[in-house]
Design a protein around this ligand. Sequence first.
Ligand code: UDP
Length: 249
Amino acid sequence: MAIIESSDHPQRVRILGVPVDCVSMDEALSIMEGFVKEGSPHLVITADSSGIVQAQTDPELADLYEKGHLVTADSSGVVWAINRRRKCLQERVSGVEIVDRVCALSADRGYSIYFLGAAPGVAEQAAEQLRLKHPGCNIVGARHGFFPSDSDPVVAEEVSKFKPDFLFVALGIPRQERFIASTMDVIQAKVAIGVGGSFDVHSGKTKRAPKLFQRLRLEWLWRLLLNPTKIAKVKLLPRFMLMVLGEKR
Ligand code: UDP
């Protein structure tokens, strides 16, 4: 596998043993542009509280976090946990926002982007909305994410034809990270990022929380109100907070 072990990351903080990089959105974008210049495949992970809790009992997922060339703080819970340890982060660096900002960069600099994941039609719709928002944004392909895991190699071959600079994979945690790690040698995207439910948001399928909920850091509550099946995931948040509070600073 072409993933190199991440070692000297001065900005790296460990939350419950999981590495997360204390970087702002602008810094994350500039690191990713550096990855594109390097040219080899890179794995970027957007870490939220549920993923960090899952990694406690899923050694394969824990290993993937270690292999992430960049691990950003996707949720307010993770920002809180980082700042408890080292006051260094002002903002979340979420998958939803990364998708938007990379599309803006693409419109400016021509980076090619592939959208993989979400229900049939959603990735295409998200691509359409983002092309409207950022005219010239170079989205070269989109494909839905409802395929069995044993078709991963076939899907990887399909995506590899586009040789994208950026590959956004929206299959949910931990499937998207597993997909990226097992196919990155074939696909050769310079930056591959797991972006969870981002296409649902950008396509308009899921509405983003109103500004008030965002300001109060209650986006999780908004998502729960819209989709009560998310309760299993939301229940991990208090568990995450208790585990972090029990951890030595
Ligand atoms: N999804 C998919 N294939 C699957 C299961 C899920 O493409 O087999 C998509 C789903 O439609 C959604 C995304 O993966 O767009 C996961 O979103 P969620 O908000 O659950 O992500 P997470 O909370 O894991 O970040």
